[in-house]
Write a new protein. Structure first.
Length: 224
């Protein structure tokens, strides 16, 4: 299992309970969705996996690392194996698309030429080969979201997390984006996507974890 949550709870402060006793397993190479109403706890699960937040109770193992006892010096290595695509793209406005993607390799010690080379490869993969010299504000929001995907996959993570990646896209663009995720998944990357776009999720016939007020109420696997 590449992700194991065992009775995980999360409270923000004393009273804000976001997750209660959540348990689930994900096999390496799976693609699945996390859904539920606004405030159900989807982002909280992703933040726990990224170790942006710490759990209050329970245990979780991700890619062989026990999250509870992960030391700060292990974090960079751990986070290299888990890529995250944020709801707001968080692109650097004063850098080109190519630099935005290459930067995540460059800060890991790759040379500039190699970083650019690999950035070009993933930008082609997400269909943005012709936009490498553009700046983020010259792209549509769907294209910006694809830059976010390119940036997350350029370091070849074992697990890819995405928080509402189709948030403000129209249905056609949302489907296109999901097809990109499916292609990434076909290369062996485990993909976990938080989304409340139920129509889209249904169409894709993948496993769906359903959260309700911080509790996991369903783990739906489509018939094969
Ligand atoms: N930093 C925080 N401080 C206090 N409470 C928080 C914090 N982050 C989240 N919460 C609370 O935890 C609960 C779960 O939030 P979370 O963001 O995980 O939900 P979500 O399912 O991702 O919602 P959405 O679909 O609206 O993004 C909510 O009640 C929220 O108010």
């Amino acid at each position: 299992m590449i992700i194991q949550f065992n009775r995980v709870s999360k409270a923000y402060g004393k009273d804000n309970k976001a997750l209660s006793d959540v348990s689930f397993d994900v096999e390496a190479g799976e693609m699945l969705f996390l859904t539920g109403h606004s405030g159900a706890g989807k982002t909280s699960i992703l933040k726990l996996i990224m170790k942006i937040e710490d759990m209050s109770y329970g245990q979780a193992t991700v890619n062989g690392y026990g999250l509870k006892h992960l030391k700060s010096h292990q974090l960079p290595q751990y986070r290299q194996s888990v890529g995250m695509i944020f709801q707001d793209h968080r692109l650097l406005e004063n850098r080109t698309i190519l630099d935005n993607v290459a930067l995540s390799l460059w800060i890991r010690g790759y040379g500039k030429a190699e970083s650019h080379k690999q950035a070009r490869v993933v930008l082609q993969q997400v269909g943005l080969k012709d936009k490498t010299h553009f700046y983020p504000d010259q792209l549509s929001s769907g294209q910006q979201q694809r830059v976010g995907i390119a940036r997350a996959i350029v370091s070849k993570p074992d697990i890819l997390l995405a928080d509402e990646p189709t948030g403000n896209l129209d249905p056609d663009l949302s489907l296109e984006l999901m097809e990109i995720f499916m292609k990434i998944n076909e290369t062996g990357t485990t993909v976990l996507i938080a989304s409340h776009d139920l129509i889209l999720i249904k169409r894709l016939r993948k496993r769906v974890l359903v959260l309700d007020s911080g509790q996991l109420i369903d783990d739906y696997r489509p018939e094969t």
